[in-house]
Design a protein around this ligand. Structure first.
Ligand code: MIC
Ligand code: SF4
Length: 651
């Protein structure tokens, strides 16, 4: 018997091994869940519809960090709903201002060896602490809160052997940018990345978390670091020494793929607009004028990140033609900067200090000027996500961002002299009082809603014959930001699917919603990796509201594919990739006998009535997915199984 990988050890400890063949369902018991407000209102509404009286996980935390800009009542009402729902159902509530879910989870709750499912694609951040942490749609998280296992296609395992140490001015962000350069945004789809080798010991837990965070940009199912002496130190400094358990892959563990990365060879890197894998050395961009610098997000807002920036700013001023925006990841980070006298460097240099929240990362404020060049320590640079359609967003490390903030142009930080050295603190200030922990007896807690919180939409069972128009035909790597854009003016409708559906594809094709409604719904046609990016199930729910019944693509991103199935939209794969180019927007398609065949067969025939042609598509669904798709989604399936006995106040 060969030894076990980190993933296999975690699964075995949960009675969930052995690993199935790649693509076959892997069903995992979930210890912890996290939700954030932009996905959480739906997740809690779904949890309520499932009828479970209280969460059955060991820990569920409901964070508010995305929609903290309260330009009207909607977001504040969502916060109140989430606070009361957490109290009612036994979840911990983290109010707005506390910080970004992934940063806070790492500080307060992540535990080596446990499993975490989060309604946010960057949940794998906690893999930096030796957890099996995965992003999912809100319904999957609601089901996990109700005690159901999470099912994911069995992954291929990739071992990343790290050697050497990072050179001065080179950061963990550069490590993951290097992997994105090599592997692309599709390179991790269907895979779990495990980090190993002598280079691991030299990386602190927050640095590891930067790397696992952006595993999401590789499309990976999860990314995991071992739990070692460094993990123990971090947990002890957080006052959580008792949460430590060591975790290490066996030396003879078997992987599907291996790759080697010498940390000493990595140079400062930047991902150019508009994709995280469009990576070049910073030195190639030297001198390019920079209008804005944003430092923060769940990728790079730890104490070490911000203390490094503070040290770079010390005694310097932000360039007069550049705006520097800083959003600390948590109150703990902000407090430490204050206590260590580092906050003053931000203030004196002229930084604009924001709330501890996602903020500019998700386009809630601080949109750059027209055609602006903005350097951000965030993880995504999709076109338009910053709030400015023609802005150019570059993804960089905090070091590279700070260098540009003071010079006003792209600058290789290695030219700035001696690099700041920030030791990991021996003790972090702990403020558990800022979370609201649930009472044991919560039956009488009233859940408060506002007028913008609308009933939860349910999918409808697949009809015998599916027919409709091709509403849009797209190329490769379409993101969930393309499908369902974010930004403050749209995010406020996350609890109101009819209202948010007006914005489906609004950046790419402003007439889409109207056309879809006029056509009475129809099909979306797409290329490879459709739905890459976030976990937002609104990218399925809103098209569902507009009548979309199926997406035909060359391949799908994991979370979005699951979200489509969860709400009864069929994710269909072209049998012959060339067929994609034989259909065009406006064609009328018909899938005869779809309903009856869905449960039995893998192949469906599509008739293109406009062109008098036929082609075949594959479903590639496992049994559970097949039943969910036929029933119009997993919520319907669950309710059918529960004999529709559960209360469903939202449907
Ligand atoms: C993102 O970074 O795109 C988000 C906003 O955090 C999303 C979740 C959402 O859309 O609410 C994610 O990454 O899953
Ligand atoms: Fe928030 Fe940005 Fe992280 Fe998403 S990627 S959780 S919006 S900070």
């Amino acid at each position: 018997m060969p030894g076990k990988t980190l993933l296999e050890k975690i699964l075995a400890a949960h009675g969930a091994g052995p690993l199935p063949a790649p693509g076959e369902p892997l069903s995992i018991p979930i210890d912890q869940t996290l939700t954030q407000d932009a996905t959480g209102t739906m997740a809690f509404a779904q949890f309520e519809a499932l009828g479970a009286p209280r969460v059955r996980t060991r820990l569920s935390v409901s964070y508010v960090d995305h929609n903290t800009l309260q330009t009207g009542f909607a977001n504040a009402d969502d916060h109140r709903f989430l606070r009361t729902a957490a109290a009612r159902f036994g979840a911990v509530y983290s109010p707005p201002g506390n910080g970004i879910c992934h940063q806070l989870h790492l500080e307060r709750f992540a535990r080596p060896g446990e499993t975490l499912l989060g309604a946010d694609s960057h949940t794998a951040t906690a893999g930096g602490m030796g957890m099996l942490a995965m992003g999912a749609g809100g319904l999957d998280v609601a089901l996990a809160m109700a005690g159901e296992r999470f099912s994911v296609p069995g992954p291929r395992l990739v071992k990343v052997n790290l050697s050497g140490r990072l050179s001065p001015w080179v950061a963990a962000k550069d490590v993951i940018l290097e992997l994105l350069r090599r592997l692309s945004v599709k390179g991790g789809v269907g895979k779990v990345f495990e980090y190993a080798g002598p280079g691991v010991a030299g990386l602190s837990v927050p640095e590891r978390a930067t790397i696992t965070n952006m595993g999401a940009e590789l499309g990976a199912t999860s990314s995991i670091f071992p739990s070692d002496a460094e993990t123990r130190r971090f947990l002890a400094a957080q006052g959580r020494a008792e949460d430590f358990t060591p975790l290490e892959a066996d030396p003879d563990a078997v992987y599907d793929e291996e790759l080697a990365l010498d940390l000493a060879e990595i140079a400062p890197l930047a991902a150019r607009p508009h994709s995280p894998d469009n990576v070049v050395p910073v030195s190639e961009l030297s001198g390019l004028k920079v209008d804005q610098v944003v430092i923060g997000s769940c990728t790079n807002s730890s104490y070490k990140d911000l203390a490094t920036v503070a040290k770079i700013l010390e005694g310097r001023k932000v360039h007069p033609e550049t705006s520097l925006v800083v959003a600390p990841g948590s109150r703990q980070v902000l407090l430490m900067l204050a206590e260590k006298g580092l906050l003053r460097h931000f203030i004196e240099a002229g930084a604009r200090i924001m709330e501890c929240a996602c903020g500019p990362c998700i386009g809630t404020g601080q949109a750059p000027g027209s055609a602006g060049i903005t350097l951000r320590t965030v993880n995504r640079n999709f076109a338009g996500r910053s709030g400015t359609a023609d802005a150019g967003v570059f993804l960089v490390s905090p070091e590279t961002a700070a260098a540009a903030a003071v010079t006003g142009v792209f600058t290789d930080p290695r030219g700035l002299g001696e690099a700041p050295s920030i030791p990991m603190p021996e003790k972090f200030p702990r403020h558990d009082g800022l979370f609201i922990f649930p009472e044991a007896d919560s039956c009488n807690v009233e859940i408060l809603r506002g007028p913008n919180i609308k009933p939860l939409p349910l999918g409808r069972p697949i009809e015998d014959t599916i027919e409709g128009e091709v509403l849009i035909s797209l190329s490769d790597n379409v993101t969930t930001d393309d499908i369902m854009p974010a930004g403050a003016h749209i995010l406020q409708f996350r609890s109101n699917v009819p209202a948010i559906s007006r914005y489906v594809f609004s950046r790419m094709d402003p007439g889409f919603a109207e056309r879809a409604e006029k056509a009475g719904g129809g099909f979306i046609v797409a290329g490879e990796n459709y739905g890459q990016g976030s976990s937002r199930e609104h990218a399925a729910l809103a098209p569902l509201h507009l009548g979309v019944r199926a997406v035909m693509a060359l391949s799908f991103a994991r979370i979005h594919r699951a979200n489509l199935i969860n709400f009864g939209i069929l994710p269909l794969l072209f049998d012959d990739p060339a067929d994609k180019n034989r259909i065009a927007a406006g064609d009328r398609l018909l899938i005869p006998d779809a309903g009856p065949r869905l449960l039995l067969e893998d192949a469906l025939t599509v008739v293109n009535e406009t062109r008098g042609a036929r082609f075949s598509v594959r479903l590639d669904l496992n049994d559970e997915e097949r039943r969910a798709a036929a029933a119009g989604g997993r919520l319907n399936l669950y309710r059918e199984r529960a004999g529709a006995a559960c209360a469903a106040p939202f449907s």
